[in-house]
Design a binder for this molecule. Structure first.
Ligand code: AMP
Length: 468
């Protein structure tokens, strides 16, 4: 059934033979991918913590209506890309295609508007969109996003959130060649007039539009501006610009935003064709682009959405946020040949011969791990040679070997795997010797912190709202 290749005893398996595959466009995150994920998560956590932004996780499923009403009925996400199904009671549920709607729902449902404002939140979660899988586009992908809710309707906050995004991509080594594309798409006061002008502009040019844009003209005309079709792009170049139709308030907001971006020394470009595809944005929208690749490669994007909370039944609440695709960040890091540090290295491999040796190995392995030394073993193997071969394959730097003789003599062999030399040591000297070899810095002594013993009911309540 399987073909075993002799040289390195690898099995070559015909993919057709495997009975199950992951759903199309959804992939496993293997340990190598997790090195990037872990690094990015650390950067995000660190930068958010510095800015008082706290983590939130919403359920992967939400009522379908939530997305239809907020992202917008005529958007690509809602018309084409949602994973929607009915549960056993016939309720329509959707796997979240983006993060903002769920966070705003949570803000309202959990009365977060009663907490000191602003409530600044971030998420780092998988999203689902039924898109045609291709490089950089998946059906399950991860997004990190920030939502600042209940702050002021002040462009300084828009600038700050862009600055946060900038710091994060800088930490990931991605800031060079990136330019922030900013635009303002107005508010419910000024946008209707703009949309009318836009529709008028396109009225006698309809025949040159792509099929998709012909439809968009009726449903979501601003999307005509960021269509990737060449003919549509030519038309978009001369189309009325949203920034030319702003009311005084939106215009001031946009002007001041630019001043703030300048003092923060963020490179930006006013781009009338960045409109974002979602209905909930007001005033500022932005995307981070690679200057060399232009719109083909928005690293991430976001904007202000001052009407969304109210539209969902809450109090009038200013809000601004962004979302970054994690896979896209990783792809960009790899394209720029950026690796990340990780702690997956095996430092010590403990090899043994027989039951008596195993009795000594188990506590030894546990003690080494407690000291922060990454220790592996293969207690199921009996042949020493096979175990050492394995130690080599795992890249272990050192091996501790305990055979019958060592058990009798209460010793162990310590082998430097890189040069193949070994020495006999009294068993109780193994740990101190390895602690000398691996400096404190090389040891993995991470701790999540000290436990606290809570005294009052109130302390308990403040520490965990749901799990009690
Ligand atoms: P959007 O809400 O469409 O602007 O998406 C925000 C970010 O999520 C994008 O800039 C991408 O980095 C990422 N993203 C969106 N859709 C996908 C997808 N299908 N696969 C992978 N990443 C995606």
């Amino acid at each position: 059934m399987f073909q075993v290749k002799d040289e390195n005893s690898q099995i070559e398996l015909d993919q057709e033979q495997i009975k199950f595959q992951s759903p199309r466009g959804m992939q496993d995150l293997l340990p190598e991918e997790h090195r990037y994920f872990t690094f990015i998560k650390k950067v995000v956590r660190h930068r958010c913590r510095q800015a008082g932004i706290l983590r939130i996780t919403t359920p992967v499923l939400e009522p379908t209506e939530l997305f239809v009403r907020t992202v917008g009925e005529d958007t690509d996400i809602v018309t084409k890309e949602m994973y929607t199904f009915a549960d056993k009671k016939g309720r329509s549920l959707t796997l979240r295609p983006e993060g903002t709607a769920g966070v705003v729902r949570a803000y309202l449902q959990n009365n977060l508007f009663n907490r000191p404002q602003p409530v600044d939140l971030y998420y780092f979660d998988p999203m689902w969109r039924y898109e045609r899988p291709q490089a950089g586009r998946y059906r399950q992908f991860w997004q990190f996003g920030v939502e600042c809710l209940g702050g002021e309707n002040d462009p300084a906050i828009d600038a700050q959130i862009m600055h946060l995004g900038w710091k994060i991509i800088s930490d990931l080594g991605l800031a060079s060649d990136i330019e922030i594309q900013i635009n303002s798409i107005g508010c419910p006061k000024c946008r209707p007039q703009y949309l009318e002008n836009l529709a008028n502009y396109y009225e006698d040019k309809k025949h040159t539009l792509c099929a998709e844009c012909k439809k968009r003209l009726e449903t979501n005309p601003m999307r005509l501006l960021d269509c990737k079709n060449e003919d549509c792009q030519l038309l978009a170049q001369n189309a009325p610009k949203p920034t030319e139709h702003l009311c005084q308030e939106c215009s001031d907001h946009f002007q001041r935003l630019q001043e703030f971006l300048k003092v923060l020394e963020l490179p930006f470009n006013i781009n009338p064709r960045v409109v974002r595809g979602l209905d909930y944005y007001t005033k500022t929208v932005f995307e981070f682009w690679d200057k060399k690749k232009q719109g083909a490669a928005a690293l991430f994007g976001g904007g202000r959405y001052d009407t969304l909370v109210e539209q969902m039944g809450g109090p009038a609440t200013a809000a601004v946020g962004f979302g970054m695709g994690v896979e896209r960040l990783i792809a960009e890091m790899k394209a720029r040949k950026i690796g990340v540090p990780h702690k997956d290295k095996v430092q010590v491999f403990v090899a043994q011969l027989g039951h008596e040796a195993k009795l000594k190995c188990l506590p030894l392995i546990s003690a080494l791990r407690n000291e922060g030394i990454h220790t592996m073993n293969s207690l199921g193997h009996s042949a020493l040679k096979a175990q050492l071969k394995l130690a080599d394959k795992f890249g272990a730097e050192w091996a501790v070997i305990i055979g019958d003789l060592e058990v009798q003599q209460d010793t162990a062999l310590l082998r430097d795997m890189r040069i193949g030399e070994q020495q006999i040591l009294p068993f109780d000297q193994i740990i101190p010797t390895l602690l000398n070899i691996f400096t404190e810095e090389q040891r993995d002594t991470y701790t999540p912190g000290e436990l606290e013993w809570l005294e009052t009911e109130n302390d308990l309540k403040n520490n965990s709202i749901y799990f009690q």
